[in-house]
Design a binder for this molecule. Structure first.
Ligand code: RIB
Ligand code: CA
Length: 310
């Protein structure tokens, strides 16, 4: 089966780290490169976290550092969830892996321009790097096969009642991406909140008993603790890996085409993904919005992903 070529743009971040784990050794995915952005933590933290994850997993995937702040608004981070390092919990050996010298935005532009239009851009953090690439080199837009993002919500947010973190952290970047005209799959809180990593799930993944499973357990020990502290949930919603699970097995989620617009103008609802679920506006759909997920099938994909590490 032909592998899906992707660039994974992320802000590790505990759930980003699991997304990297699922993508890096999947027989279905060709992970061309990891580009890192400020989001859950500062760029200095997220880029180091990405290197620690690929080094721990022993995967030969280049890592590129990108934008250290949003396009226009002030930077926000999520240390309450991911800790001061952005990946609190796991203890990694001395970091020897190095970043690629090329800026992530330049890498995205160069790689997409040289491609046959067969690369999927997966974003699991603020969309700054991709939006900056589109603005710097508009010729890449038609080269993007599809944008698959973790972000947004057609119901409630997780930073404000209206907005989800990846979108509100750089709503202007999301606006650039959602008005690009490229096919979009939006995987929002509406479905990621249905895959809560309960203790029995952590125990199940721990029984895989390899490097990837040990990383998963150590990541979830912190992630689930802070999610309980902040949101009161017994298990942390495993947001970002749903993007990769969808690429491995598209039937794991149900999507509905909707006209989706990013609110960059209002104050109260700034950063909201306004998804026209019922078609009130009679406008063309701009995104395939995830409206449901088969949680059992998702956890099977996660376990299989961990087992790809021997
Ligand atoms: O709102 C959840 C998203 O914001 C996830 O991608 C998480 O890693 C943070 O980036
Ligand atoms: Ca993320």
């Amino acid at each position: 089966m032909e592998k899906t070529k992707i660039i994974l743009d992320c802000d590790p971040g505990h759930d980003d780290a699991v997304a990297i784990t699922l993508a890096a050794n999947s027989p279905c995915i060709d992970l061309l490169g990891i580009t890192v952005v400020a989001g859950n933590q500062t760029l200095e933290n997220t880029r180091r976290n990405a290197l620690n994850v690929v080094q721990w997993l022993g995967v030969d995937v280049p890592v590129y550092a990108g934008c250290g702040r949003p396009m226009i608004r002030e930077k926000i981070t999520a240390g309450d969830i991911h800790g001061a390092t952005g990946l609190d919990g796991p203890v990694f050996p001395e970091l020897k892996r190095k970043l690629e010298p090329e800026h992530a935005v330049d890498y995205i532009i160069r790689t997409l321009l040289a491609s046959q239009g067969d690369i999927t851009m997966v974003t699991t953090g603020p969309m700054t790097n991709l939006a900056m690439a589109m603005r710097m080199e508009p010729r890449i837009v038609e080269k993007i096969r599809r944008i698959v993002l973790m972000g947004g919500s057609y119901t409630n947010g997780n930073v404000t009642p209206a907005a989800e973190f990846n979108i509100i952290a750089d709503a202007d970047a999301a606006y650039v991406c959602f008005t690009s005209g490229r096919p979009i799959t939006m995987i929002g809180l509406d479905v990621t909140r249905k895959v809560l990593c309960y203790p029995e799930i952590v125990e199940r993944m721990g029984r895989v008993g390899n490097r990837a499973s040990r990383l998963f357990v150590d990541l979830m020990a912190h992630f689930c603790k802070t999610q309980k502290e902040v949101f009161g949930w017994e298990g942390g919603p495993l947001h970002d890996p749903v993007t990769i699970a969808y690429l491995i097995d598209p039937g794991v989620i149900t999507t509905k085409p909707m006209n989706t617009q990013i609110d960059i103008r209002s104050v109260q609802s700034y950063g909201r993904t306004n998804c026209d679920f019922f078609g009130y506006l009679h406008l063309s759909p701009t995104a395939d919005v995830a409206i449901d997920i088969d949680a059992d099938r998702f956890w099977d994909i996660v376990e299989a992903g961990l087992r790809n590490y021997g």
